[in-house]
Design a protein. Structure first.
Length: 257
């Protein structure tokens, strides 16, 4: 049996990190990193610390094949000096720098739809369109994408930036009254599959931006390059999920509206 990839998962205590490591528990040998305690690590290595410390980033990148960098402040209303500078800017640079020094194969950077969400709502966003962040949080994600491009093009470190939409369980769709959520929704099932496809993507990939939404009838962000290049096959459709739920709420003998 081939040796399992050694994968560094930062932000391992968060929602996405937890979903990914639980789904692919047996597929990879994880080094789980967070500032918080990590529940149910399942026998995988756990290291707690702050990635804004370069020496800590170097420590956790040592001996790693692939880095999945999820750690960040995900609050779109966070302030630059309050948390974004340390957690989203400095820590992200440290991870790229340490991964390059350690000879890691690839960094997968968790970007966000916030890097491009100031585009008009009637425009479908493609990876080759200009970035257009709608808040400072989104600007920090643009910074991470730019770092990935630099480390790939100039220093030879493979990088994939994932622009993640509104992630959640399908039940989240039924609790929201915002119709825009349908176009940006991505289920945990689809997102963890997309991350796995990025881990297993060919070594020939230097730098790519892939966009993470489910197979929604209308997609705010295009996923065509992820489909064709790395085999992303999303299973969920927010529009179908909500339509079926609404039909179940209609009594069987209701008159036509």
């Amino acid at each position: 049996m081939p040796e399992r990839r050694k994968v560094l998962l930062t932000g391992a205590a968060g929602r996405i990190g937890t979903a990914f490591r639980e789904r692919f528990h047996d597929a990879y040998s994880f080094r789980l990193v967070d500032r918080r305690e990590i529940d149910r690590p399942g026998g995988h290595e756990v290291v707690l610390g702050d990635l804004a410390d370069l020496e800590f980033a170097r420590q956790v990148c040592a001996g790693i094949d692939t880095v999945i960098h999820l750690a960040a402040d995900p609050n779109a209303h966070a302030t630059f000096y309050g948390s974004l500078l340390a957690m989203n800017v400095i820590a992200t640079y440290n991870v790229f720098h340490a991964a390059h020094e350690a000879g890691c194969r690839r960094v997968i950077f968790a970007s966000s739809i916030h890097a491009v969400n100031a585009h008009p709502l009637d425009v479908q966003i493609h990876p080759d369109q200009p970035v257009r962040p709608g808040d400072v949080y989104g600007a920090t994600k643009v910074w991470g994408e730019a770092l990935g491009s630099y480390f790939a093009d100039r220093l030879g470190l493979s990088c994939i930036a994932l622009r993640i939409g509104a992630v959640g369980h399908p039940e989240r769709l039924l609790e929201s009254d915002d119709p825009r959520l349908l176009a940006v929704f991505i289920s945990y099932r689809d997102l963890t599959h997309l991350i796995e496809r990025c881990v297993e993507a060919p070594d020939s990939i230097r730098f790519r931006i892939y966009q993470g939404v489910s197979d929604n009838t209308y997609k705010r962000m295009s996923i065509e390059n992820a489909r064709h290049e790395i085999g992303y096959e999303p299973q969920d459709n927010a529009f179908e999920i909500t339509s079926k739920a609404q039909l179940r709420r209609i009594p069987p003998n209701s008159p036509d509206v």
